[in-house]
Design a protein around this ligand. Structure first.
Ligand code: AMP
Length: 421
């Protein structure tokens, strides 16, 4: 059964007040499923990605249990630990948990690499209830004896599949081996490859499984369009689309770091304010770019998949897939950057002839075809997908395309739809 209010899930008044301040009216499906069970201390296995509300699904029960137990953290001994694969995601989780816990007297700290460790060491020394960390820096500080985990009774591993992709699983195992056996463990992962399933068996005890089907989640209200365009025509097409003022806050995805830099540079040259974020940028440069984008000073963020993973920025109006991702799941992640928490958004894919197979895989995963738009006229006629041959004629003028909004047959699929456990 899915409960439909936060109060019915068993959350206490200070948290309900914080959620009201956040403007959350109703729980998302993953929250309805996970929160009541997690409040009882059960282990949870969540198959869900960013955009589903999973941070609150694990965060609210952890905060409530810490407050109820009146836990007092000893110096260097955090009560709860949340592990995230990227610095940006760790910082974002920390921010979310601080706002959900704003009416509780809990202390928080975040530990990530790429910045001076001293403030982090100091925070740990004064004792924290909730620690959010990336694995590398946490291990580093553990080795330096700035933090120990034998009093940590709640553990969350977020984006476990990405931990694996990024080579962090060994670090995660080492960290987990320092926690007490008696603890609550929650693990979230968008997909469940064999290695993650293995980890689940090792570290979770009799977990309840909650799942939000990935192909259906992030895309609610996202209109998905595709331009068939030769590789060398993509830059001009992007330039032209960006002249439309309705593209207010745009994330452009590229496959490579080099590509991200190049596009950001070219956009800046043509007078668009754009910043790139990717793994080769320093932590402070990434954070600066994100802040500029978040507060609206820069309209365009050019990002690689890993850098953008988990980033939560409201009101992204458009996601442009400058290159089609090879893994169809990444497409779902990318377009989940727009239409966050129920607002509308538009995803635009640029597909050159070499990317047709990747596009087909995406359409298979979504069980839908993207709406073809008129990019390059020659390319369009040469590459019309079989699935779209019978569609309505598309507008001829690219600029008017953007201004006209949704085209016939545009895709709308449910984002927060869930599968019952
Ligand atoms: P997450 O999947 O945790 O990254 O959350 C995705 C976005 O949804 C974030 O912007 C949250 O602030 C927002 N969100 C989470 N839960 C709710 C809710 N119950 N109602 C409205 N927005 C929510």
């Amino acid at each position: 059964m899915t409960l439909s209010t936060f109060a019915a899930l068993g959350l206490a008044e200070p948290l309900l007040r914080a959620l009201a301040t956040e403007g959350y009216d109703d729980p998302t499906p993953i929250q309805s499923q996970a929160i009541p069970l997690a409040l009882t201390g059960r282990d949870v296995l969540g198959i869900a990605q960013t955009g589903t509300g999973k941070t609150a699904a694990f965060g609210l029960p952890i905060l409530q249990r810490l407050a109820e137990n009146r836990a007092t953290p000893a110096p260097r001994n955090p009560c709860a630990l949340i592990l995230a694969p990227t610095r940006e995601l760790a910082i974002q989780i920390d921010e979310s948990l601080r706002s959900y816990g704003r009416n509780l007297k809990l202390r928080h700290a975040v530990i990530v690499g790429g910045v001076n460790q001293n403030p982090q060491v100091q925070a740990l020394r004064s004792g924290v209830h909730v620690l959010v960390a990336t694995p590398g820096r946490l291990l580093d500080l553990m080795q330096q004896k700035h933090v120990q985990l034998h009093a940590t009774t709640a553990l969350v591993i977020d984006e476990a599949d990405r931990m694996f992709d990024m080579g962090f699983i060994r670090d995660v195992r080492r960290i987990v081996s320092h926690l007490p056996q008696r603890r609550q463990t929650m693990l979230f992962s968008a997909t469940m490859p064999g290695e993650v399933a293995h980890l689940v068996k090792e570290i979770l005890r009799n977990p309840v499984s909650v799942e939000v089907s990935p192909a259906r989640i992030a895309a609610e209200k996202v209109e998905q369009r595709v331009y068939f365009v030769p590789r060398q025509g993509k830059r001009d097409l992007l330039d032209e689309l960006l002249r439309d003022a309705s593209m207010k806050r745009v994330i452009v995805f590229t496959r490579t770091k080099h590509g991200a830099n190049k596009i950001a540079g070219q956009l800046a040259k043509s007078g668009h304010e754009a910043h790139a974020i990717h793994g080769n940028k320093s932590q402070s440069a990434r954070q600066r770019a994100l802040n500029e984008f978040r507060n609206g000073r820069s309209r365009i963020l050019v990002a690689t998949d890993i850098a953008a993973r988990g980033i939560d920025i409201d009101d992204v109006t458009h996601v442009v897939n400058f290159e089609i991702p090879e893994a169809p799941e990444n497409y779902v992640h990318r377009i989940g950057r727009t239409a966050r928490a129920g607002s509308g958004g538009i995803a635009i894919a640029f597909c050159d002839p070499s990317e047709r197979d990747s596009l087909r895989s995406i359409e298979r995963l979504l069980k839908q075809s993207l709406t073809p738009m008129r990019g390059d006229a020659r390319a369009q006629t040469a590459q019309q997908p079989a699935s779209s041959r019978n569609r309505q004629p598309q507008p001829r003028n690219r600029r008017s395309v953007v201004a006209q909004g949704p085209q016939p047959g545009s895709l709308k699929i449910g984002r927060l739809a869930s599968r019952a456990p």
